[in-house]
Ligand binder design. Structure first.
Ligand code: BGC
Length: 744
């Protein structure tokens, strides 16, 4: 495999304007020894041939470290000298030069939800939904590389990063760990991060294969979807991301898909992923997602966190059963070898067997990457002229609620990162199920209040905790400007029941907006909020979970030091009534209740659904405001086997800024549908123009023909539109496509 860094287009880097930061972050810490696919496969086969069966079996499971909150003690099978435990440990085979396989979670940085009390903390990057909002794959790659270095410095050679489930359901508690509702955005952003991680010699994972779109009863959840629609949506995101980044491993999810568990799904693992797509790496289960040994026959290569399977399913260990089946002839030798070879292939192609000294970790540089992400991914949803606030004025600002005096919040679950220096605060929330005990509100310093004080040195700033609406209104009334924070801790194991803010915050915001017409709301949530006060406030900033540098980015955007450029990677509905499932099956049933969720929207996820049903959401996919304006002209679209669009973007305002022009399919001869075909983040000075060319992956124009088992483009005229968002299309053109069946 070529080093990931060799594949970064130089022009794109220049455009990303990260200057010295890029150069420094791109210098690989140590020379890598990554093998090309054929060489890696050959070496894997050669090593595997020399193994004993005991050695082979020893590779097929991983052990989770001690996690008191879920009742998992340290496992005696983990050697005493291993002092860097995290999500997974598989012993190495030193006589064959095979290192131990050690994984940690990494959605937002190298995690540590309690495993290593002495760990001094890692860079807490923004949530993946914010990374998605940057529409900047180069930044995603830089974030991945930083995570790769921090992982490697701790001895972790596998990162459980790459959450690529589509955000199908605005109540899904884990949407913050996923990039987008769109397959192309998700694939482009995730593959960049995987490339960044693997470029540092650390295996990366794409997860959770597939359709783990809800947390409700996730171990008992059957996700029902039309198979062709599945190919055009969630599976397409995986397919493209795999092609672009060759992740060493894929994690199968907890749920069932059309009746079969994801980790025991012959159709999706053996037939599609491995046979049809030719995936060469290994499939690991999610932690506690392997109730049966014969998943090994259905495509699962490694059982993860074996203790959790025992806890969950009361099962005798996977390998013990495999050994019995092996002895009885039910589990063939070729498959055992294949499982091991796939793991070794991942190891050799990424180079985890050839690590030199631990890399230098420059935390200041990593903080700068986290800050750049937050600056580019925070989305200005609404601005009635109040922003940016003039920093020089002697303003009286009231900062209300959201623990803004204490810190920035993050999502909860296995992806939780302990930042350098520890948390600014932890509020225990709790709840049912295995994730309940670890459901916490983690706060990162510095606080928004402190950063606002820095950004507005001439202002008088009063803080009110938002304890009651009446009390908050008193503070709001005395101020020129109100900055009200709305927070919602979302996370693993829980879906949101509705889109309101918890702890009565909607009433507090409503009261302060009533008391002061100059109210700005900053939302720290992992999903859209209902915002019943929306028409009463002057501006709304969607900050997601912006990570350890998030408070600074928020203050800089409010003060106009940074021109916001984030775009929504998920549609904000007017209400749940507009979404495909106003009622969410299983909500309110006890943990462990078998639940079926029908994803009848099929491929029509997010903005595609709104276009299909002619619905106008609250804020469309791709929406985001800034402090300058952009104009598009000269759209020309060429057809043939795919479409190539050319157009010019001009910054027509008075400030430098970034725009994300988006190319959509809006009309096809074989049925109504909308598809994002391409996007590019363009940074322009005032008056500056740039010509942009976008060529679509033809699968985005096609439908999947389940009978032919191929992609089908119907010949004829296709309508394309260039937009600022899915709801703001500016120019359109038509192109003729050649009818054809192609690909797999
Ligand atoms: C999550 C995975 C995670 C794993 C290991 C599971 O609970 O679903 O995303 O990688 O734990 O921590």
């Amino acid at each position: 495999m070529a080093k990931a860094f060799d594949r970064i287009p130089r022009r794109a880097l220049a455009r990303a304007r990260l200057g010295a930061l890029v150069a420094a972050a791109l210098a690989p810490a140590v020379a890598m020894a990554q093998l090309a696919p054929d060489a890696a496969q050959a070496k894997a086969a050669e090593t595997e041939r020399q193994m004993t069966d005991d050695e082979r079996f020893s590779m097929l499971v991983s052990l989770i470290g001690e996690v008191p909150s879920i009742g998992v003690p340290r496992d005696p099978r983990i050697p005493a000298e291993v002092d860097n435990m995290s999500a997974g440990y598989t012993p190495g085979i030193p006589r064959l030069g095979i290192p131990a396989f050690q994984s940690s979670d990494a959605s937002m940085g190298v995690t540590n939800p309690g495993y290593r009390p002495d760990d001094k903390g890692a860079t807490a990057f923004p949530a993946l939904i914010l990374a998605g909002s940057t529409f900047n794959p180069e930044l995603s790659r830089l974030g991945g590389a930083a995570i790769g270095r921090e992982a490697r410095s701790r001895g972790f050679n596998i990162q459980l990063a790459g959450g690529i489930n589509l955000q199908r359901e605005v109540r899904n508690g884990r949407n913050y760990e996923y990039y987008s509702e769109d397959p192309w955005v998700s694939a482009v952003m995730a593959s960049a991060a995987v490339g960044g991680i693997q470029g540092e010699g650390v295996i990366s994972t794409l997860k959770h294969y597939t359709l783990n779109a809800n947390e409700t009863n996730r171990h008992w959840l059957d996700a029902i979807v039309d198979p062709a629609g599945h190919r055009e949506s969630d599976l397409l995101a995986f397919q493209i991301a795999i092609e672009k980044s060759q992740p060493g491993s894929i994690m199968c999810g907890y749920n069932k898909i059309n009746g079969d568990y994801a980790c025991g799904n012959d159709l999706l693992l053996n037939k599609l992923l491995k046979d049809t797509w030719g995936y060469k790496g290994y499939v690991m289960s999610d932690w506690g997602a392997t109730p049966a040994w014969d998943y090994a026959l259905k495509g699962l290569d490694q059982e993860s966190g074996i203790q959790l399977d025992v806890q969950q399913w009361g099962a005798e260990a996977f390998t013990d059963k495999l050994r019995k089946a092996y002895a009885d002839g039910g589990f063939p030798k070729e498959r055992l070898s294949d499982m091991v070879r796939r793991m070794l292939y991942a190891a050799y192609s990424v180079g985890i067997d050839k690590w030199g000294a631990a890399p230098e970790v420059d935390l200041a540089k990593h903080n700068a990457i986290a800050l750049d992400m937050a600056r580019q991914g925070i989305v200005l949803l609404k601005n009635d002229g109040v922003l940016p606030l003039a920093a020089g004025r002697k303003l009286k600002i009231a900062v209300i609620g959201g623990h803004a005096q204490e810190g920035i919040i993050a999502g909860t679950g296995s992806g939780a990162v302990k930042p350098v220096g520890g948390y600014a605060g932890v509020v225990k929330i709790g709840g049912a199920g295995i994730m309940g005990a670890g459901r916490n509100m983690h706060l990162f310093a510095p606080s928004p209040l402190a950063e606002l004080e820095k950004a507005f040195p001439d202002a008088t700033i009063d803080f009110d905790p938002g304890y009651t609406p009446a009390e908050a209104a008193l503070t709001a009334r005395r101020a020129d400007i109100v900055v009200a924070f709305g927070i919602r801790v979302e996370g693993e194991g829980f879906d949101n029941v509705d889109l309101s803010l918890p702890w009565g915050q909607d009433a507090v915001i409503d009261a302060v907006a009533g008391a002061n017409p100059n109210t700005i709301v900053v939302l720290e949530t992992g999903n859209p909020a209902s915002m019943p006060w929306r028409n009463k406030v002057k501006a709304i900033l969607q900050a997601w979970y912006p990570g350890q540098a998030g408070a600074r980015a928020i203050a800089e955007i409010l003060a106009g030091k940074v021109n916001p450029s984030g775009r929504l990677p998920i549609t904000f509905p007017e209400s749940l009534e507009q979404t495909p499932r106003p009622e969410l099956a299983g909500l309110g049933t006890p943990w462990g209740t078998p639940t079926t969720i029908r994803y009848d929207e099929g491929a029509e996820v997010g903005y595609r659904w709104y276009a299909q049903k002619d619905l106008k959401p609250m804020y469309p996919f791709g929406h985001g405001l800034g402090y300058t304006s952009f104009a598009y002209r000269g759209l020309k679209v060429e057809g043939g086997n795919t479409v190539t669009a050319t157009f010019t973007v001009t910054n027509t305002g008075k400030r430098a800024g970034a725009d994300v022009p988006q190319q959509y399919l809006v009309g096809a001869p074989d049925g109504k549908r909308m598809r994002l075909l391409g996007f590019e983040r363009v940074e322009l000075k005032p008056g500056e123009s740039r010509k942009v060319t976008l060529t679509a992956d033809p699968r985005l124009l096609a439908k999947f023909d389940a009978e032919a088992n191929q992609w089908r483009i119907a010949g004829g005229s296709y309508r394309l539109a260039l937009g600022k968002s899915a709801g703001d299309l500016q120019l359109s053109d038509a192109a003729t496509l050649t009818g054809r069946l192609f690909g797999k």
